[in-house]
Design a protein around this ligand. Structure first.
Ligand code: FAD
Length: 476
Protein backbone atom coordinates (compact mmCIF):
# COMPACT_ATOMS: atom_id res chain seq x y z
CA UNK A 1 0.00 0.00 0.00
CA UNK A 2 1.22 3.49 -0.89
CA UNK A 3 2.41 5.47 2.10
CA UNK A 4 1.65 9.18 1.90
CA UNK A 5 3.93 11.64 3.61
CA UNK A 6 0.88 13.74 4.42
CA UNK A 7 -2.90 13.41 4.21
CA UNK A 8 -4.97 16.58 4.45
CA UNK A 9 -8.56 16.11 5.62
CA UNK A 10 -11.01 18.66 4.16
CA UNK A 11 -11.13 20.48 0.85
CA UNK A 12 -12.12 23.96 1.96
CA UNK A 13 -9.90 26.96 1.36
CA UNK A 14 -7.69 26.02 4.31
CA UNK A 15 -7.17 22.40 3.22
CA UNK A 16 -6.53 23.26 -0.42
CA UNK A 17 -4.17 26.10 0.51
CA UNK A 18 -2.23 23.65 2.69
CA UNK A 19 -2.20 21.02 -0.07
CA UNK A 20 -1.01 23.60 -2.60
CA UNK A 21 1.97 24.43 -0.36
CA UNK A 22 2.85 20.78 0.37
CA UNK A 23 2.62 19.82 -3.32
CA UNK A 24 5.76 21.88 -4.01
CA UNK A 25 7.86 19.39 -2.04
CA UNK A 26 9.22 16.05 -3.05
CA UNK A 27 6.66 14.21 -0.92
CA UNK A 28 3.47 12.21 -1.54
CA UNK A 29 0.36 14.16 -0.58
CA UNK A 30 -3.35 13.36 -0.62
CA UNK A 31 -6.43 15.42 0.23
CA UNK A 32 -9.62 13.64 1.28
CA UNK A 33 -12.92 15.52 0.92
CA UNK A 34 -16.25 14.04 1.91
CA UNK A 35 -18.32 16.12 -0.48
CA UNK A 36 -18.51 16.00 -4.29
CA UNK A 37 -16.19 18.96 -4.85
CA UNK A 38 -13.76 21.17 -3.00
CA UNK A 39 -15.04 24.53 -1.67
CA UNK A 40 -18.53 23.39 -0.71
CA UNK A 41 -18.33 23.95 3.07
CA UNK A 42 -17.98 27.41 4.67
CA UNK A 43 -15.71 28.34 1.76
CA UNK A 44 -18.67 28.33 -0.63
CA UNK A 45 -20.91 30.71 1.29
CA UNK A 46 -19.19 33.71 2.83
CA UNK A 47 -18.65 37.39 2.03
CA UNK A 48 -15.48 36.88 0.00
CA UNK A 49 -13.75 39.74 1.80
CA UNK A 50 -9.98 39.80 2.18
CA UNK A 51 -9.93 41.61 5.50
CA UNK A 52 -7.09 43.99 6.26
CA UNK A 53 -6.81 42.73 9.87
CA UNK A 54 -7.69 45.81 11.98
CA UNK A 55 -10.63 44.08 13.67
CA UNK A 56 -8.86 41.12 15.31
CA UNK A 57 -7.77 41.32 18.93
CA UNK A 58 -4.03 42.07 18.92
CA UNK A 59 -1.89 39.08 19.89
CA UNK A 60 -4.39 36.45 18.69
CA UNK A 61 -3.83 33.87 15.97
CA UNK A 62 -6.64 35.58 14.06
CA UNK A 63 -4.70 38.85 14.03
CA UNK A 64 -1.42 37.19 13.10
CA UNK A 65 -2.79 35.03 10.28
CA UNK A 66 -5.21 37.65 8.93
CA UNK A 67 -2.52 40.31 8.52
CA UNK A 68 -0.01 37.89 6.96
CA UNK A 69 -2.77 36.24 4.89
CA UNK A 70 -3.73 39.60 3.42
CA UNK A 71 -0.10 40.18 2.37
CA UNK A 72 0.08 36.76 0.72
CA UNK A 73 -3.37 36.89 -0.85
CA UNK A 74 -2.86 39.60 -3.48
CA UNK A 75 0.12 37.98 -5.23
CA UNK A 76 -1.53 34.55 -4.80
CA UNK A 77 -4.74 35.48 -6.66
CA UNK A 78 -2.62 37.00 -9.45
CA UNK A 79 -0.63 33.76 -9.77
CA UNK A 80 -3.78 31.67 -9.77
CA UNK A 81 -5.80 33.99 -12.06
CA UNK A 82 -8.68 34.16 -9.57
CA UNK A 83 -11.22 37.01 -9.80
CA UNK A 84 -10.37 39.67 -7.21
CA UNK A 85 -10.34 43.40 -6.57
CA UNK A 86 -8.30 45.27 -3.99
CA UNK A 87 -11.03 47.85 -3.45
CA UNK A 88 -10.32 48.72 0.21
CA UNK A 89 -12.93 48.72 2.96
CA UNK A 90 -14.75 51.29 5.07
CA UNK A 91 -16.16 50.81 8.55
CA UNK A 92 -18.77 53.55 8.77
CA UNK A 93 -20.38 55.18 11.79
CA UNK A 94 -22.78 57.96 12.65
CA UNK A 95 -21.87 60.87 14.95
CA UNK A 96 -22.06 58.66 18.06
CA UNK A 97 -19.64 56.11 16.58
CA UNK A 98 -16.41 58.14 16.67
CA UNK A 99 -15.11 56.28 19.75
CA UNK A 100 -15.75 52.95 18.06
CA UNK A 101 -13.84 54.08 14.97
CA UNK A 102 -10.91 55.23 17.15
CA UNK A 103 -10.91 51.91 18.99
CA UNK A 104 -10.70 50.03 15.67
CA UNK A 105 -8.00 52.40 14.44
CA UNK A 106 -5.90 51.64 17.53
CA UNK A 107 -6.38 47.88 17.07
CA UNK A 108 -5.39 48.25 13.44
CA UNK A 109 -2.21 50.12 14.36
CA UNK A 110 -1.39 47.49 17.02
CA UNK A 111 -1.83 44.77 14.35
CA UNK A 112 0.42 46.65 11.91
CA UNK A 113 -2.42 47.44 9.48
CA UNK A 114 -2.46 50.57 7.30
CA UNK A 115 -5.65 52.34 8.48
CA UNK A 116 -6.91 55.90 8.19
CA UNK A 117 -9.83 57.74 9.81
CA UNK A 118 -12.00 59.68 7.32
CA UNK A 119 -14.37 62.48 8.33
CA UNK A 120 -17.88 62.68 6.90
CA UNK A 121 -16.93 64.70 3.81
CA UNK A 122 -14.11 62.39 2.80
CA UNK A 123 -16.20 59.32 3.59
CA UNK A 124 -19.05 60.45 1.32
CA UNK A 125 -16.63 61.46 -1.43
CA UNK A 126 -15.15 57.99 -1.32
CA UNK A 127 -18.49 56.15 -1.27
CA UNK A 128 -21.29 58.44 -2.47
CA UNK A 129 -24.17 56.07 -1.71
CA UNK A 130 -23.78 56.02 2.04
CA UNK A 131 -26.64 57.02 4.31
CA UNK A 132 -26.64 60.75 5.26
CA UNK A 133 -26.26 59.82 8.93
CA UNK A 134 -22.72 58.52 8.33
CA UNK A 135 -20.17 60.96 9.77
CA UNK A 136 -16.99 58.90 10.28
CA UNK A 137 -15.25 55.94 8.77
CA UNK A 138 -12.14 53.81 9.06
CA UNK A 139 -10.51 53.16 5.69
CA UNK A 140 -8.26 50.14 5.12
CA UNK A 141 -6.68 50.21 1.70
CA UNK A 142 -5.27 46.68 1.89
CA UNK A 143 -8.73 45.09 2.05
CA UNK A 144 -10.57 43.74 -0.97
CA UNK A 145 -12.62 40.94 -2.43
CA UNK A 146 -11.96 37.54 -4.04
CA UNK A 147 -14.11 34.74 -5.36
CA UNK A 148 -13.75 32.32 -2.43
CA UNK A 149 -14.72 29.13 -4.26
CA UNK A 150 -12.68 29.97 -7.34
CA UNK A 151 -9.69 30.58 -5.08
CA UNK A 152 -10.19 27.18 -3.46
CA UNK A 153 -10.63 25.43 -6.81
CA UNK A 154 -7.55 27.14 -8.28
CA UNK A 155 -5.47 26.06 -5.26
CA UNK A 156 -6.69 22.49 -5.76
CA UNK A 157 -5.95 22.64 -9.50
CA UNK A 158 -2.41 23.90 -8.95
CA UNK A 159 -1.78 21.29 -6.25
CA UNK A 160 -2.90 18.57 -8.71
CA UNK A 161 -0.64 19.95 -11.43
CA UNK A 162 2.22 19.76 -8.94
CA UNK A 163 1.52 16.11 -8.20
CA UNK A 164 -0.86 16.12 -5.23
CA UNK A 165 -3.82 13.73 -5.23
CA UNK A 166 -7.38 14.71 -4.35
CA UNK A 167 -10.11 12.18 -3.64
CA UNK A 168 -13.65 13.50 -3.48
CA UNK A 169 -16.63 11.80 -1.82
CA UNK A 170 -14.28 10.14 0.67
CA UNK A 171 -15.37 10.86 4.20
CA UNK A 172 -12.82 10.14 6.89
CA UNK A 173 -14.59 7.95 9.43
CA UNK A 174 -11.69 6.65 11.55
CA UNK A 175 -8.07 7.47 12.35
CA UNK A 176 -5.65 5.11 14.04
CA UNK A 177 -1.96 5.50 14.75
CA UNK A 178 0.41 2.56 14.80
CA UNK A 179 3.98 3.59 15.48
CA UNK A 180 4.99 6.22 12.95
CA UNK A 181 2.05 5.61 10.61
CA UNK A 182 -1.55 6.78 10.53
CA UNK A 183 -4.27 4.60 9.05
CA UNK A 184 -6.96 6.87 7.66
CA UNK A 185 -10.22 5.02 7.00
CA UNK A 186 -12.86 6.53 4.73
CA UNK A 187 -16.18 5.32 3.35
CA UNK A 188 -14.18 4.33 0.25
CA UNK A 189 -11.01 2.70 1.55
CA UNK A 190 -7.95 2.90 3.76
CA UNK A 191 -4.86 5.08 3.40
CA UNK A 192 -1.54 5.22 5.23
CA UNK A 193 0.23 8.46 6.06
CA UNK A 194 3.11 9.70 8.16
CA UNK A 195 1.34 12.98 9.03
CA UNK A 196 -2.32 14.01 9.07
CA UNK A 197 -3.48 17.62 8.81
CA UNK A 198 -7.00 18.27 10.06
CA UNK A 199 -8.72 21.00 8.01
CA UNK A 200 -12.22 19.55 8.35
CA UNK A 201 -14.08 22.81 9.02
CA UNK A 202 -17.37 22.15 10.81
CA UNK A 203 -16.19 18.60 11.61
CA UNK A 204 -12.72 19.61 12.77
CA UNK A 205 -13.46 18.79 16.40
CA UNK A 206 -14.92 15.38 15.41
CA UNK A 207 -11.80 14.54 13.40
CA UNK A 208 -9.69 15.55 16.42
CA UNK A 209 -11.74 13.14 18.55
CA UNK A 210 -11.24 10.33 15.99
CA UNK A 211 -7.48 10.88 16.24
CA UNK A 212 -7.50 11.01 20.03
CA UNK A 213 -6.16 14.56 19.86
CA UNK A 214 -7.31 17.61 21.90
CA UNK A 215 -11.09 17.75 22.45
CA UNK A 216 -12.90 20.97 21.56
CA UNK A 217 -16.52 22.09 21.76
CA UNK A 218 -17.87 23.74 18.64
CA UNK A 219 -20.66 26.26 18.12
CA UNK A 220 -22.08 27.40 14.80
CA UNK A 221 -23.31 30.78 13.60
CA UNK A 222 -25.34 31.19 10.46
CA UNK A 223 -24.89 34.13 8.08
CA UNK A 224 -27.65 34.86 5.55
CA UNK A 225 -27.29 37.02 2.45
CA UNK A 226 -29.03 38.71 -0.44
CA UNK A 227 -27.21 38.58 -3.82
CA UNK A 228 -28.13 41.42 -6.18
CA UNK A 229 -28.02 41.55 -9.94
CA UNK A 230 -24.81 42.86 -11.49
CA UNK A 231 -26.58 46.06 -12.62
CA UNK A 232 -26.28 47.22 -9.00
CA UNK A 233 -22.48 46.93 -9.05
CA UNK A 234 -22.00 50.44 -10.48
CA UNK A 235 -23.45 51.97 -7.30
CA UNK A 236 -20.80 50.71 -4.91
CA UNK A 237 -17.04 51.21 -4.82
CA UNK A 238 -15.82 49.47 -1.71
CA UNK A 239 -16.77 47.10 1.12
CA UNK A 240 -18.99 48.90 3.65
CA UNK A 241 -19.12 47.59 7.21
CA UNK A 242 -20.97 49.01 10.22
CA UNK A 243 -19.09 49.12 13.53
CA UNK A 244 -18.49 45.52 14.69
CA UNK A 245 -20.29 44.03 17.71
CA UNK A 246 -19.63 40.95 19.85
CA UNK A 247 -21.68 38.91 17.29
CA UNK A 248 -19.31 39.74 14.45
CA UNK A 249 -18.41 42.29 11.82
CA UNK A 250 -22.03 43.24 11.21
CA UNK A 251 -24.16 43.41 8.09
CA UNK A 252 -22.18 44.75 5.16
CA UNK A 253 -22.81 45.96 1.66
CA UNK A 254 -20.11 44.77 -0.70
CA UNK A 255 -19.33 44.15 -4.33
CA UNK A 256 -18.39 40.58 -5.21
CA UNK A 257 -15.35 39.71 -7.28
CA UNK A 258 -17.68 38.42 -10.00
CA UNK A 259 -19.60 41.67 -10.36
CA UNK A 260 -22.64 41.28 -8.12
CA UNK A 261 -23.45 43.03 -4.84
CA UNK A 262 -24.20 41.30 -1.54
CA UNK A 263 -26.06 42.43 1.57
CA UNK A 264 -25.43 40.40 4.72
CA UNK A 265 -24.45 38.35 6.67
CA UNK A 266 -26.64 37.91 9.71
CA UNK A 267 -25.16 36.17 12.74
CA UNK A 268 -27.37 33.76 14.68
CA UNK A 269 -26.56 30.58 16.59
CA UNK A 270 -27.57 27.52 14.58
CA UNK A 271 -27.01 23.79 14.18
CA UNK A 272 -24.20 22.47 12.00
CA UNK A 273 -25.21 22.50 8.33
CA UNK A 274 -28.28 24.74 8.79
CA UNK A 275 -28.10 26.83 5.62
CA UNK A 276 -31.81 27.68 5.45
CA UNK A 277 -32.51 31.31 4.58
CA UNK A 278 -35.24 32.71 6.84
CA UNK A 279 -37.71 35.59 6.58
CA UNK A 280 -36.40 36.91 9.93
CA UNK A 281 -32.83 36.82 8.65
CA UNK A 282 -33.73 38.70 5.48
CA UNK A 283 -35.71 41.30 7.47
CA UNK A 284 -32.68 41.78 9.73
CA UNK A 285 -30.49 42.41 6.68
CA UNK A 286 -32.92 44.96 5.18
CA UNK A 287 -33.16 46.82 8.49
CA UNK A 288 -29.41 47.01 9.01
CA UNK A 289 -28.35 47.78 5.45
CA UNK A 290 -30.63 50.84 5.51
CA UNK A 291 -28.58 52.24 8.42
CA UNK A 292 -25.40 52.52 6.37
CA UNK A 293 -26.45 52.53 2.71
CA UNK A 294 -28.65 55.17 1.11
CA UNK A 295 -30.63 53.18 -1.44
CA UNK A 296 -30.85 49.48 -0.69
CA UNK A 297 -32.57 47.81 -3.64
CA UNK A 298 -33.61 44.33 -2.58
CA UNK A 299 -35.90 44.13 -5.61
CA UNK A 300 -32.69 43.49 -7.56
CA UNK A 301 -32.12 40.31 -5.55
CA UNK A 302 -31.38 37.31 -7.80
CA UNK A 303 -30.64 34.85 -5.03
CA UNK A 304 -30.32 34.40 -1.28
CA UNK A 305 -27.92 32.07 0.49
CA UNK A 306 -26.52 31.22 3.90
CA UNK A 307 -23.22 29.94 5.25
CA UNK A 308 -22.25 28.61 8.67
CA UNK A 309 -19.29 29.80 10.75
CA UNK A 310 -17.55 27.15 12.87
CA UNK A 311 -16.44 28.57 16.19
CA UNK A 312 -14.10 27.01 18.76
CA UNK A 313 -13.53 29.39 21.68
CA UNK A 314 -12.31 32.87 20.81
CA UNK A 315 -9.53 32.04 18.37
CA UNK A 316 -8.38 29.72 15.58
CA UNK A 317 -6.87 26.37 16.62
CA UNK A 318 -3.67 25.98 14.59
CA UNK A 319 -0.61 23.89 15.35
CA UNK A 320 0.72 20.45 16.19
CA UNK A 321 -1.33 18.36 18.58
CA UNK A 322 0.31 18.13 21.99
CA UNK A 323 -1.44 14.81 22.62
CA UNK A 324 -0.78 12.73 19.50
CA UNK A 325 2.34 12.96 17.34
CA UNK A 326 2.31 13.84 13.63
CA UNK A 327 -1.15 15.37 13.81
CA UNK A 328 -1.59 19.02 12.80
CA UNK A 329 -4.76 21.02 13.40
CA UNK A 330 -6.14 23.97 11.44
CA UNK A 331 -9.68 24.05 12.84
CA UNK A 332 -12.20 26.50 14.26
CA UNK A 333 -11.36 28.65 11.26
CA UNK A 334 -14.26 31.09 11.34
CA UNK A 335 -13.96 34.61 9.98
CA UNK A 336 -11.41 35.90 8.91
CA UNK A 337 -10.47 32.39 7.75
CA UNK A 338 -10.64 33.06 4.03
CA UNK A 339 -8.26 36.01 4.40
CA UNK A 340 -6.01 33.98 6.69
CA UNK A 341 -5.88 30.78 4.62
CA UNK A 342 -2.66 31.60 2.69
CA UNK A 343 -0.85 32.36 5.95
CA UNK A 344 -2.25 29.30 7.74
CA UNK A 345 -0.97 27.21 4.82
CA UNK A 346 2.45 28.85 5.01
CA UNK A 347 2.61 28.02 8.73
CA UNK A 348 1.47 24.41 8.28
CA UNK A 349 4.04 24.00 5.49
CA UNK A 350 6.69 24.96 8.04
CA UNK A 351 5.41 22.29 10.46
CA UNK A 352 5.12 19.48 7.91
CA UNK A 353 7.94 20.13 5.45
CA UNK A 354 10.84 21.07 7.71
CA UNK A 355 14.01 19.52 6.25
CA UNK A 356 12.24 18.36 3.06
CA UNK A 357 13.36 19.47 -0.40
CA UNK A 358 11.25 21.46 -2.83
CA UNK A 359 10.66 19.99 -6.29
CA UNK A 360 12.21 21.66 -9.27
CA UNK A 361 9.98 23.12 -11.99
CA UNK A 362 6.77 23.43 -9.96
CA UNK A 363 3.84 25.22 -11.54
CA UNK A 364 3.63 28.62 -9.89
CA UNK A 365 1.70 30.83 -12.30
CA UNK A 366 -1.40 29.13 -13.64
CA UNK A 367 -1.83 29.43 -17.40
CA UNK A 368 -4.04 32.41 -18.31
CA UNK A 369 -7.35 31.33 -19.82
CA UNK A 370 -9.75 33.18 -22.09
CA UNK A 371 -13.24 34.02 -20.84
CA UNK A 372 -15.98 34.88 -23.29
CA UNK A 373 -17.25 37.65 -20.97
CA UNK A 374 -13.83 39.35 -21.14
CA UNK A 375 -12.44 38.85 -24.66
CA UNK A 376 -12.80 41.42 -27.44
CA UNK A 377 -14.40 40.68 -30.82
CA UNK A 378 -11.14 39.95 -32.68
CA UNK A 379 -9.95 37.51 -30.02
CA UNK A 380 -13.33 35.81 -30.02
CA UNK A 381 -13.25 35.39 -33.79
CA UNK A 382 -9.80 33.84 -33.56
CA UNK A 383 -10.96 31.50 -30.78
CA UNK A 384 -13.99 30.40 -32.82
CA UNK A 385 -11.72 29.62 -35.78
CA UNK A 386 -9.71 27.29 -33.54
CA UNK A 387 -12.73 25.76 -31.79
CA UNK A 388 -16.30 26.52 -32.79
CA UNK A 389 -17.50 25.74 -29.24
CA UNK A 390 -16.40 29.31 -28.43
CA UNK A 391 -19.26 30.48 -30.63
CA UNK A 392 -21.91 28.54 -28.73
CA UNK A 393 -23.09 30.63 -25.77
CA UNK A 394 -24.49 28.35 -23.10
CA UNK A 395 -25.10 30.81 -20.24
CA UNK A 396 -26.54 34.03 -21.61
CA UNK A 397 -26.70 35.90 -18.30
CA UNK A 398 -23.00 35.46 -17.51
CA UNK A 399 -21.83 35.00 -21.12
CA UNK A 400 -20.26 31.57 -20.83
CA UNK A 401 -19.40 29.56 -23.94
CA UNK A 402 -19.45 25.81 -24.42
CA UNK A 403 -15.65 25.87 -24.79
CA UNK A 404 -15.24 27.15 -21.22
CA UNK A 405 -17.55 24.47 -19.85
CA UNK A 406 -15.63 21.75 -21.66
CA UNK A 407 -12.40 23.20 -20.25
CA UNK A 408 -13.84 23.06 -16.70
CA UNK A 409 -14.90 19.44 -17.17
CA UNK A 410 -11.34 18.52 -18.15
CA UNK A 411 -9.51 20.74 -15.66
CA UNK A 412 -6.92 19.27 -13.24
CA UNK A 413 -9.67 18.74 -10.63
CA UNK A 414 -12.47 18.02 -13.10
CA UNK A 415 -15.98 19.47 -12.75
CA UNK A 416 -18.35 16.51 -12.78
CA UNK A 417 -21.65 18.08 -11.75
CA UNK A 418 -23.79 21.04 -12.81
CA UNK A 419 -22.85 22.95 -9.65
CA UNK A 420 -19.15 22.17 -10.07
CA UNK A 421 -19.32 23.68 -13.58
CA UNK A 422 -21.19 26.67 -12.17
CA UNK A 423 -18.54 27.36 -9.52
CA UNK A 424 -15.74 27.18 -12.12
CA UNK A 425 -17.19 29.18 -15.01
CA UNK A 426 -20.34 30.88 -13.59
CA UNK A 427 -22.83 29.16 -15.92
CA UNK A 428 -26.06 29.47 -13.92
CA UNK A 429 -24.87 32.21 -11.55
CA UNK A 430 -26.68 35.04 -13.33
CA UNK A 431 -30.14 36.53 -13.33
CA UNK A 432 -31.98 33.40 -14.52
CA UNK A 433 -30.04 31.19 -12.07
CA UNK A 434 -29.62 28.37 -14.55
CA UNK A 435 -33.19 28.40 -15.88
CA UNK A 436 -31.84 28.65 -19.42
CA UNK A 437 -28.50 26.85 -19.30
CA UNK A 438 -28.79 24.03 -16.73
CA UNK A 439 -30.10 21.47 -19.22
CA UNK A 440 -27.47 22.44 -21.77
CA UNK A 441 -24.73 22.09 -19.14
CA UNK A 442 -26.16 18.63 -18.35
CA UNK A 443 -25.95 17.63 -22.02
CA UNK A 444 -22.33 18.79 -22.23
CA UNK A 445 -21.44 16.92 -19.03
CA UNK A 446 -23.16 13.80 -20.35
CA UNK A 447 -21.26 13.98 -23.65
CA UNK A 448 -17.84 14.83 -22.18
CA UNK A 449 -18.00 12.32 -19.32
CA UNK A 450 -19.67 9.69 -21.48
CA UNK A 451 -22.46 9.23 -18.95
CA UNK A 452 -26.20 8.86 -19.54
CA UNK A 453 -28.06 12.11 -18.85
CA UNK A 454 -29.84 10.40 -15.96
CA UNK A 455 -26.51 10.08 -14.16
CA UNK A 456 -25.72 13.80 -14.32
CA UNK A 457 -26.07 15.31 -10.87
CA UNK A 458 -26.66 18.80 -9.59
CA UNK A 459 -24.08 18.22 -6.86
CA UNK A 460 -23.99 15.61 -4.11
CA UNK A 461 -24.73 11.95 -4.57
CA UNK A 462 -28.47 11.45 -5.12
CA UNK A 463 -29.02 14.88 -6.70
CA UNK A 464 -29.60 13.47 -10.20
CA UNK A 465 -31.74 15.91 -12.17
CA UNK A 466 -33.24 13.84 -15.00
CA UNK A 467 -35.02 10.71 -13.84
CA UNK A 468 -35.44 9.26 -17.32
CA UNK A 469 -35.18 10.32 -20.92
CA UNK A 470 -38.63 11.42 -22.16
CA UNK A 471 -38.15 9.81 -25.58
CA UNK A 472 -37.57 6.42 -23.99
CA UNK A 473 -40.78 6.40 -21.93
CA UNK A 474 -43.20 3.86 -23.36
CA UNK A 475 -46.18 5.73 -24.83
CA UNK A 476 -49.08 3.78 -23.37
C1 FAD B 1 -21.35 33.77 6.70
C2 FAD B 1 -19.85 33.74 6.63
C3 FAD B 1 -19.14 34.86 6.19
C4 FAD B 1 -17.76 34.84 6.14
N1 FAD B 1 -17.09 35.89 5.57
C5 FAD B 1 -15.75 35.85 5.49
C6 FAD B 1 -15.04 36.90 4.84
O1 FAD B 1 -15.63 37.79 4.24
N2 FAD B 1 -13.68 36.87 4.88
C7 FAD B 1 -13.00 35.89 5.51
O2 FAD B 1 -11.79 35.97 5.56
N3 FAD B 1 -13.65 34.84 6.06
C8 FAD B 1 -14.99 34.80 6.05
N4 FAD B 1 -15.66 33.73 6.57
C9 FAD B 1 -14.90 32.60 7.10
C10 FAD B 1 -14.46 31.64 6.00
O3 FAD B 1 -15.52 31.35 5.12
C11 FAD B 1 -13.98 30.36 6.66
O4 FAD B 1 -13.05 30.71 7.65
C12 FAD B 1 -13.30 29.43 5.70
O5 FAD B 1 -14.09 29.20 4.57
C13 FAD B 1 -13.03 28.12 6.44
O6 FAD B 1 -12.42 27.23 5.53
P1 FAD B 1 -12.15 25.74 5.99
O7 FAD B 1 -11.38 25.14 4.90
O8 FAD B 1 -11.61 25.72 7.36
O9 FAD B 1 -13.60 25.08 6.13
P2 FAD B 1 -14.61 24.56 5.02
O10 FAD B 1 -14.67 25.43 3.85
O11 FAD B 1 -15.90 24.29 5.73
O12 FAD B 1 -13.96 23.19 4.55
C14 FAD B 1 -13.90 22.04 5.36
C15 FAD B 1 -14.08 20.85 4.47
O13 FAD B 1 -13.86 19.66 5.19
C16 FAD B 1 -14.71 18.66 4.70
N5 FAD B 1 -14.83 17.60 5.70
C17 FAD B 1 -15.39 17.70 6.92
N6 FAD B 1 -15.33 16.54 7.57
C18 FAD B 1 -14.69 15.67 6.74
C19 FAD B 1 -14.34 14.30 6.85
N7 FAD B 1 -14.63 13.57 7.95
N8 FAD B 1 -13.71 13.71 5.81
C20 FAD B 1 -13.42 14.42 4.68
N9 FAD B 1 -13.75 15.72 4.54
C21 FAD B 1 -14.37 16.35 5.56
C22 FAD B 1 -16.00 19.42 4.45
O14 FAD B 1 -16.86 18.74 3.55
C23 FAD B 1 -15.49 20.73 3.90
O15 FAD B 1 -15.43 20.75 2.49
C24 FAD B 1 -17.05 33.70 6.59
C25 FAD B 1 -17.76 32.57 7.01
C26 FAD B 1 -19.14 32.57 6.98
C27 FAD B 1 -19.88 31.34 7.34
Amino acid sequence: MKIYDCIVIGGGVVGTAVLDRLARYDIATLLLEKDDDVSVGATRANSGIVHAGYDCKPGTLKAKFNVRGNQLMWPLVEELDVPHLKCGSLVVADESGRDGIDELYNKGVANGVDVEVFDGVKTHEFEPNLSDSIKWSLYAKEAGIVSPYQLCIALADRACLNGAEIRLEEEVVALAQDGALWTVTTNGGEYKAKTVVNCAGAFGADVNDMAGAEHYDTTFRKGEYYVLDNTERQNIQTVIFPLPTSAGKGILVAPTADGNVIYGPTSSLCDEGDVAVTLDGLADIRKNVAKTYRNPVVRKCIRTYAGVRTIIGDDFVIGKSKVVPNFVMAIGICSPGLSSAPAIAEYVEGLVCEGKTQKENCVTTMPRVNRLSEVDGDTLNALIKEDEAWGRIVCRCEKVSEAEIVRAIHSPLPAKTVDAVKRRVRAGMGRCQGGFCATRVMEILSRELDLPITEIRKGRSGSNIALYSVKEVPND
